[in-house]
Design a protein around this ligand. Structure first.
Ligand code: FBP
Length: 326
């Protein structure tokens, strides 16, 4: 019989190796529990009629899916049970969620169900999270953390049962769900240097609305790489991490209908862009915004702040960053 190392065993060894505490194990156990619960509801969603709209809009002004509400409720429940979370930020909750502000140890920023346009089709979506730690050397001022201050970030691709997590200074690791619904078999992820496997991923229907410099870059370089687009950040970035290349969601600034312009970008900084940027950097890649600024250096002014995103293999991101800065 073949037995694989479980994620929790991997993490306990990591905590022991770096002389860390049990607190983080309790938090990660809760996030794993939430992901499995969300996976179950998504897998049975079509049968149970959970894949429709919830007849309400979220703080972003977007129509909310029933599964967004279910996934958000499940995640907040599990985070609350730990007693370890100071505050949480969720894409589906307008305000910052106070949980254990006195004795909590971590801030958790999450998107409980990323890739809404795939939900009604039962296609892959994601559960994204970023974790930062309380200031243990003095009073906590509850400021919103930049990605570079995260201690961990990860994503579950649902319902494929793939879990990828990056631990600060310890790399990015991928796990797969086994027959007992445990995440097992840790594999270290490093973006491949061989450009032959690189892929580009972006919403090609929008390319005429991007900055002229980005449109020019696409026309000069687009055909050098395979093109793939799932329409869910978790799924698309999952491929970028495996194959190399670049995922991008540029600012939309030349849309014929000015109301559809998104000069600040579409994706959310704290629980989408910083999460994939953190995982990408721990896997040897990088990520920038529309000004060519490293995503992990951006200090949020608002917990639902948006940003443009270019993430992937360093040579491509450096190339794009030089164009964006010029
Ligand atoms: P939410 O679904 O969580 O709002 O996330 C935004 C998102 O769906 C990303 O997952 C994806 O990369 C992008 O928007 C797709 O946007 P578009 O449909 O404009 O290509």
């Amino acid at each position: 019989m073949q037995f694989e190392q479980t994620f929790m065993n991997f993490l306990m060894n990591h905590q022991e190796k770096y002389n860390r505490t049990h607190h983080f194990l309790i938090l990660m156990d809760a996030l794993i529990g939430a992901a499995k619960h969300i996976q179950y509801y998504y897998l049975t969603g079509a049968l149970r009629g959970h894949l429709g709209f919830a007849d309400c809009v979220n703080v972003q002004g977007e129509d909310v899916m029933r599964m967004d509400v279910i996934a958000n409720e499940i995640t907040i429940h599990y985070l609350t049970t730990t007693g370890k979370v100071i505050q949480a930020v969720s894409e589906e909750t307008t305000d910052i969620i106070p949980l254990n502000e006195e004795s909590g140890r971590y801030f958790v920023y999450f998107d409980p169900l990323d890739g809404s346009s795939n939900v009604s089709h039962g296609l892959p979506v994601g559960f994204l999270f970023g974790i930062a730690k309380r200031n243990l050397d003095g009073p906590e001022d509850f400021h919103l953390r930049a990605g570079k201050d995260y201690i961990a970030a990860g994503m579950f691709v649902i319902p494929t049962g793939t879990f990828t997590i990056a631990l600060k200074g310890a790399g990015t690791w991928r796990f797969h769900m086994d027959e007992t619904m445990n995440y097992v078999k840790p594999a270290r992820m490093m973006l491949p240097e061989n450009v032959k496997s690189w892929e580009l991923s972006y919403n090609a229907a929008n390319d005429y609305t991007y900055a002229q410099s980005i449109q020019k870059w696409i026309s000069e370089n687009g055909r050098k790489y395979a093109f793939r687009y799932l329409g869910a950040l978790a799924g698309d970035f999952h491929r970028t991490l495996t194959k190399g290349g670049m995922f991008m969601y540029p600012a939309i600034i030349n849309h014929p209908d000015p109301k559809k312009n998104r000069p600040a970008g579409k994706l959310r900084l704290m629980y989408e862009a910083s999460v994939v940027a953190f995982m990408c950097e721990e896997a040897g890649g990088s990520a920038v915004d529309e000004k060519g600024t490293p995503i992990l250096d951006i200090v949020p002014e608002n917990h639902h702040q948006r940003t443009a995103l270019y993430v992937g293999s360093k040579p491509l991101i450096e190339d794009i960053a030089n164009i964006l800065k010029s």
